[in-house]
Write a protein that binds this ligand. Structure first.
Ligand SMILES: [Zn+2]
Length: 492
C-alpha cells in the first residue's frame, strides 16, 4: 500500500498587508520529498502522527511536501501552485490513500478556498481515493472540503496542543475504512456567526462548552469524530465563521442530529464570542499596580500568528510612557533594526526607529516607528527547537534576532514573523521569562501553550493592528450576510 502524507498550511488574514509568497513559506518551512518526512517524523504534528500510522500499517510513505507559512495576506498564485502541484503529481503517479495535514483558512489569489480546491483537484484525478484530513480549529469549513474527502477532523484545543492526537484519530479511521471495518459518513453545517479569535480559547467559555459536547458525542457508539470549528473571521470569504462536522460509521441521521445540537448551542452562545474593548491607557495603569509577576500583557491586535505585521508600537510606547519596570517584549519584527544592531555590536549603544515599517491600508493606518535609544544586549541567528507543548520538536527560524535593552525593558527583535507561543522566544536569547515582572506578548491565545504555567496575571491590551477585535475597523466584502455580529440577528 502506498500512502501519501502531506502538509500544506496557511491561515490567511485577508486584511493583512503581507503577501504569502513562496519565500514566506520557505522562511517558516517548505520541505519537499524526503526532507518533508525527515522534518516531521517524530513531531507532535498531525503529519507526525500520519507518518507513524502509515509506518505501522507497513505502507510505503510518499511525502511530496510539508509546507507552512506564518499567517498573512493572500497566498500568491505562484506559492499556491508550488504547494499543490507536488501533491497532485504524487496522486497522478498513483497512491492508495492520502492523509493530509491542512489548515482550512487558506485564501489564495487563485481561489478563496485553498484546501477545498486542492481536495477537489485530487478527486478529479482519483475520484475514489480515500482521504483523511485534519484542519485547524480556525478553519472556515466549506462544502468543497467536505465533499472531497473521506473523513475529517479539527483540533479541539486552542492553543493547539492536540494536533498529534487528532491526526492519529482521523488517520486511524482512514486505515479502518480501507480495511473495510467502517464506512464513514459526514454531516456538516455552519451558522451565520463570525466569532473573534480572542474569544475562542478552549479553556474558556463559550468554546469550552462546544468542545465538551464534541467529546461527549465521540463517546457515543458509532461516532468517529466530532468537531466544532471556531472559524477564522479575519478571512473575509463567504463561508467564514463557526461550523460543525460530525463523522459517524454509516449513520447519517445520527450525524445530522449531533451536528444540529452543537450548532444550536454555538448560536445560543453567540454574544459570548464578541470581545469587549477596554482603554489602553487605563489598562496599562492597572497593570502597573500589580506587584507580583510575571504579568502577561497581550498586544493582541498585532498578533502575527493571525496575520498581523508584528511591528505596531502603540502598546510598547504606552508601557514605556507609564514606565513599567522589568519588562520583556516578545517580539517586534524589524529586520532593518536587527541589521543596525549587528553593525553596532553587543554592548554598544544604538539609537534607532523601531517597528512601524508596514502600512495597514485595510484599517487605514500607516506604520509609525518608535524612536528609541538602548543597548545591544544579544545577537543570535534566531534558530531553536520547540520543547513546549505546541509544535513540539519543530525547529523555529526567527531569522537574525537581537535584544535591545531600553532602561529595564528588553525587546526581542526578529527578522521573520514569529508568534510567541513558546518560552523559547525568550530563552533562546538568554532571557528567563519566569523572572520578569512583565511579559509583553504579541499573541492572543497561543501564548498559553508556553506561558500560562508561569503567568501570575494576564491582561489584554487593545493596541492597533490587523488582528484587531474591533469589527467596526474592518470592511467586510465577501462574508455571507446577514452575519452576527456585523448584522444583529435576533431570532433564537
Ligand atoms: Zn489556529
Amino acid at each position: 500500500m502506498r500512502i501519501l502524507v502531506a502538509m500544506m498550511k496557511h491561515e490567511t488574514n485577508t486584511f493583512s498587508p503581507i503577501a504569502a509568497d513562496w519565500k514566506r513559506f520557505e522562511d517558516w518551512s517548505a520541505y519537499l520529498g524526503a526532507d518533508a518526512l525527515k522534518a516531521y517524523e517524530g513531531t507532535a504534528m498531525p503529519m507526525g502522527a500520519y507518518i507513524e500510522l502509515a509506518k505501522s500499517a507497513g505502507a510505503e510513505i510518499i511525502t511530496p511536501i510539508a509546507a507552512e507559512a506564518m499567517p498573512s495576506g493572500l497566498v500568491t498564485a505562484e506559492a499556491y501552485n508550488n504547494l499543490i502541484n507536488p501533491i497532485l503529481d504524487a496522486v497522478r503517479e498513483g497512491v492508495d490513500a492520502a492523509m493530509l495535514d491542512l489548515h482550512g483558512a487558506m485564501v489564495s489569489e487563485l481561489t478563496p478556498d485553498g484546501e477545498g480546491t486542492l481536495l477537489e483537484k485530487i478527486r478529479e484525478i482519483d475520484p475514489d481515493l480515500p482521504i483523511a484530513v485534519t484542519l485547524d480549529l480556525h478553519c472556515n469549513l466549506t462544502e468543497k472540503m467536505v465533499n472531497n474527502c473521506t473523513t475529517l477532523i479539527g483540533y479541539k484545543t486552542y492553543p493547539h496542543v492536540d494536533m498529534y492526537e487528532v491526526g492519529k484519530q482521523i488517520g486511524q479511521s482512514l486505515l479502518d475504512t480501507i480495511a473495510g471495518h467502517i464506512k464513514p459518513v459526514m454531516s456538516w453545517g455552519n451558522i451565520p456567526l463570525i466569532s473573534q479569535t480572542l474569544c475562542q480559547g478552549t479553556d474558556d467559555e463559550p468554546m469550552a462548552t462546544l468542545i465538551r459536547l464534541c467529546r461527549e458525542a465521540e463517546e457515543e457508539p458509532g461516532v468517529i469524530a466530532a468537531t466544532a470549528f471556531g472559524g477564522f473571521a479575519l478571512a473575509d470569504i463567504k463561508d467564514s465563521g463557526n461550523s460543525v462536522i460530525i463523522v459517524t460509521d454509516g449513520d447519517k441521521q445520527k450525524a445530522d442530529e449531533i451536528r444540529d445540537r452543537i450548532l444550536a448551542k454555538a448560536w445560543a452562545l453567540r454574544e459570548d464570542f464578541v470581545y469587549k474593548h477596554t482603554d489602553l491607557e487605563e489598562r496599562v495603569s492597572e497593570a502597573k499596580k500589580i506587584e507580583e509577576g510575571p504579568v502577561i500583557l497581550l498586544d493582541h491586535a498585532d498578533n502575527c500568528g493571525s496575520g498581523a505585521t508584528q511591528d505596531v508600537m502603540t502598546v510598547i510606547a504606552e508601557i514605556l510612557r507609564q514606565d513599567l519596570q522589568d519588562v520583556a517584549v516578545g517580539a517586534v519584527w524589524d529586520p532593518e533594526a536587527v541589521q543596525l544592531m549587528q553593525k553596532a555590536g553587543i554592548g554598544n549603544e544604538v539609537s534607532l526607529k523601531l517597528g512601524g515599517k508596514t502600512d495597514m491600508p485595510s484599517i487605514d493606518e500607516v506604520g509609525e516607528p518608535l524612536f528609541l535609544t538602548g543597548k545591544v544586549k544579544v545577537l543570535t541567528n534566531g534558530e531553536w527547537i520547540v520543547r513546549g507543548p505546541m509544535y513540539t520538536g519543530v525547529k523555529v527560524f526567527m531569522g537574525p534576532t537581537a535584544v535591545l535593552e531600553v532602561g529595564s525593558m528588553e525587546i526581542v527583535i526578529v527578522s521573520n514573523h514569529h508568534e510567541p507561543w513558546d518560552t523559547g522566544v525568550f530563552t533562546s536569547v538568554g532571557i528567563q521569562p519566569e523572572h520578569k515582572r512583565y511579559l509583553v506578548l504579541k499573541s492572543r491565545i497561543h501564548y498559553r501553550a508556553g506561558f500560562a504555567p508561569l503567568a501570575k496575571h494576564t491582561m489584554t491590551l487593545d493596541g492597533k493592528g490587523v488582528t484587531t477585535s474591533d469589527n467596526n475597523l474592518l470592511e467586510y466584502k465577501n462574508v455571507r450576510r446577514p452575519v452576527y455580529p456585523l448584522d444583529l440577528i435576533n431570532e433564537a
